[in-house]
Write a protein that binds this ligand. Structure first.
Ligand code: IPE
Ligand code: IPE
Ligand code: MG
Length: 227
């Protein structure tokens, strides 16, 4: 058995999903969000300990103000609406990403949710929000230098947002693009990557199940050779 502790997901394709239906892009984001709760439940049922969702990249600021505002509001509403349910279901929420450029209101909300959900939990859901992997690595190096630490794999790792989290065994990217878009570059050196053509609002538990099954067939080498 290949144990799966950590799954990372690039939830891509919301905009195209909506445009295909002659709807505004933001409609796709709203639909995409509906997917999340049942996928968290599925991950929890399958004893996955960490689920990292790419929600908003630092580069997504390049989009229209209208779309950016919509995405921020969606996150806030999601946290407001679901906090009690998340706690009840033993789901811990953690945010990873840059805090600067975020409103005080949102930062406080995130902190509150992180604190309330951190008491009794079976799964941690990392929301990668305002996230850039390159920035994360630069910040880690700056911290390591400040600590006057010797630069090693461990010091860099221990100063990343994901310091106490195992590297993902699996990355899933929906939306038909075969790229990482500045997501967890350090953490994914040996991650098994599944690129799917399906657009994010169409992704479901069955797709997730199939990927977990495929993953079981993989022999991971980490640089060694098959025995
Ligand atoms: C992913 O869907 C969600 C975010 C980046 C916030 P997109 O908005 O990138 O959808 P497409 O790729 O344009 O269809
Ligand atoms: C990656 O998707 C970011 C998120 C899913 C949050 P993008 O749609 O922003 O990536 P690119 O621009 O196609 O590489
Ligand atoms: Mg996209």
């Amino acid at each position: 058995m290949n144990k799966v502790n950590h799954v990372a997901i690039i939830m891509d394709g919301n905009g195209r999903w909506a445009l295909k239906r002659n709807k505004p892009r933001n409609f796709g984001h709203q639909e995409g969000l509906k997917n999340i709760s049942s996928l968290i439940d599925f991950a929890k049922k399958n004893k996955i300990k960490f689920l990292t969702l790419f929600v908003f990249s630092l580069d997504n600021w390049k989009r229209s103000k209208r779309e950016v505002n919509f995405l921020f509001n969606l996150l806030e509403k999601f946290l407001d609406k679901n906090i009690n349910e998340l706690i009840k279901k033993k789901i811990k929420i953690k945010s990873i990403g840059e805090r600067k450029n975020l409103s005080k209101k949102l930062i406080n909300k995130i902190k509150k949710v992180e604190k309330l959900s951190s008491v009794n939990y079976d799964i941690t859901v990392n929301l990668a929000f305002n996230y850039s992997s390159k920035t994360e690595i630069i910040e880690s190096l700056k911290k390591s230098i400040k600590q006057k630490a010797k630069i090693t794999v461990d010091t860099i790792k221990n100063n990343l947002y994901t310091k106490n989290i195992p590297d993902p065994e699996l990355l899933i990217r929906t939306g038909g693009k075969n790229r990482l878009s500045d997501f967890m570059l350090w953490q994914m050196s040996y991650t098994e990557i599944f690129f799917l053509n399906k657009l994010w609002p169409d992704f479901n538990k069955n797709d997730f199940k199939k990927i977990l099954r495929e993953y079981q067939k993989i022999k991971r080498n980490f640089g060694s050779i098959d025995d």
